[in-house]
Design a protein around this ligand. Structure first.
Ligand SMILES: NC(=O)c1ccc[n+]([C@@H]2O[C@H](COP(=O)([O-])OP(=O)(O)OC[C@H]3O[C@@H](n4cnc5c(N)ncnc54)[C@H](OP(=O)(O)O)[C@@H]3O)[C@@H](O)[C@H]2O)c1
Length: 317
């Protein structure tokens, strides 16, 4: 399939490396409002537009990858769907549940494929670990922890999005969605209760956020996301017969099963820069005529946005 990129920043470069590694997928065109001329020089074999609508009007493009800042995802996705393009949109797919509902509605109306680029869910190591846990490897799971925190070097400038409230900055949108997603894999998206605490940045976004969740039925979780401090960057799933540890779980290439103080490590590397697996899923779904993936559904995107929304509403009352 021919891919068009809407926005071409930091993640687009890594995604491109994975796209180039998947047979049959072609990086056909990029649209960048800020950097088109330089990109055309760097990638002479690719069509480069300075206007997103021009890219969307190109009939040779089958599928669009959206990696603008989160605040633009909804409008960019809707424009792409209305232009008849299939869409893979970066996480978080929208910054409110209303946005997701609108995107979902337009996808249904146009019959185009739409998926949130929650690449973690497609990684072989991650999938194997979750499958093993679901099959009872560590007994009954009663507690989970997942933490993804790093210190962002972004400043409040036009080229730094993470702390910028106008660009939907903040830890929960950017990194917190990964811990919430791994928790959802075992406990679902709807805690009976949760309590959230945050350290706010000078710019007023959540710089560090900690959420304790109670899913009922003796199932607890604690998640941490931060763009202000380095955390241990791992997920642990605790059961009655042992625990599973996923270092760097959002980009997992291995996991450990720990039983009776015996650690067994499973190495399951990903392809290219890791995004190859979500790309393969998009390609497979589209070739099968599907409009969404079973591995990360539009309902997952909606439920994730609802949970993020309710957590943020307790922080920013
Ligand atoms: N899946 C992953 O592993 C992963 C990793 C990092 C980020 N992401 C997601 O990908 C998205 C982009 O992240 P990134 O780190 O690549 O961001 P970035 O490099 O800061 O920006 C990406 C693009 O957004 C547009 N943009 C940035 N600042 C803007 C502004 N002030 N006004 C208008 N447009 C602006 C630009 O588009 P133009 O090129 O058109 O100028 C830019 O190239 C985010 O939603 C993020 O959550 C995903």
């Amino acid at each position: 399939m021919n891919w068009g990129f809407i926005g071409f920043g930091r993640i687009a470069r890594k995604f491109l490396e994975s796209l180039n590694a998947v047979e049959g997928e072609v990086a056909y065109a990029f649209a960048s409002r800020s950097n088109a001329d330089a990109l055309q020089k760097e990638f002479p074999e690719v069509k480069v537009y300075s206007d997103y609508d021009q890219l969307l009007a190109d009939p040779a493009i089958d599928v669009v990858y959206i990696s603008t800042t989160h605040n633009f995802h909804c409008s960019n996705t809707i424009s792409a769907l209305r232009a008849g393009k299939h869409v893979l949109c970066e996480k978080p797919m929208g910054i409110s549940s209303d946005e997701i509902l609108e995107m979902k509605e337009v996808a249904e109306e146009t019959g185009c494929f739409l998926m949130e680029a929650m690449w973690m869910r497609f990684l072989p190591a991650y999938r194997e670990a979750i499958t093993r846990v679901k099959a009872g490897e560590i007994g009954e799971v009663k507690y989970m922890t997942a933490s993804f925190g790093f210190r962002s070097i972004d400043k409040l400038t036009t080229d730094g999005r993470l702390l910028n409230p106008d660009l939907a900055g903040g830890a929960l949108y950017d990194v917190g969605v990964y811990p919430l997603t791994i928790v959802s894999d075992l406990f679902g998206w709807e805690p009976e209760e949760f309590k959230a605490h945050a350290i706010l940045s000078d710019t007023g976004v959540d710089e560090t956020i900690q959420v304790q969740l109670d899913f009922g039925g003796n199932r607890l979780a604690q998640v941490v996301g931060s763009i202000g401090i380095h955390t241990n960057k791992e997920a642990c799933i605790y059961g009655t017969e042992g625990y599973v540890r996923l270092p760097f779980f959002w980009k997992a290439q291995s996991y450990e099963v720990v039983k009776d103080e015996q650690v067994t490590t499973f190495d399951v590397p990903y392809l290219a820069t890791g995004y190859a697996h979500e790309i393969q899923e998009v390609s497979k779904c589209i070739s099968e005529g599907k409009t969404e993936s079973n591995l990360f559904t539009l309902n997952d995107s909606l439920m994730s946005a609802r949970l993020v929304e309710s957590i943020l509403s307790t922080i920013f009352k």
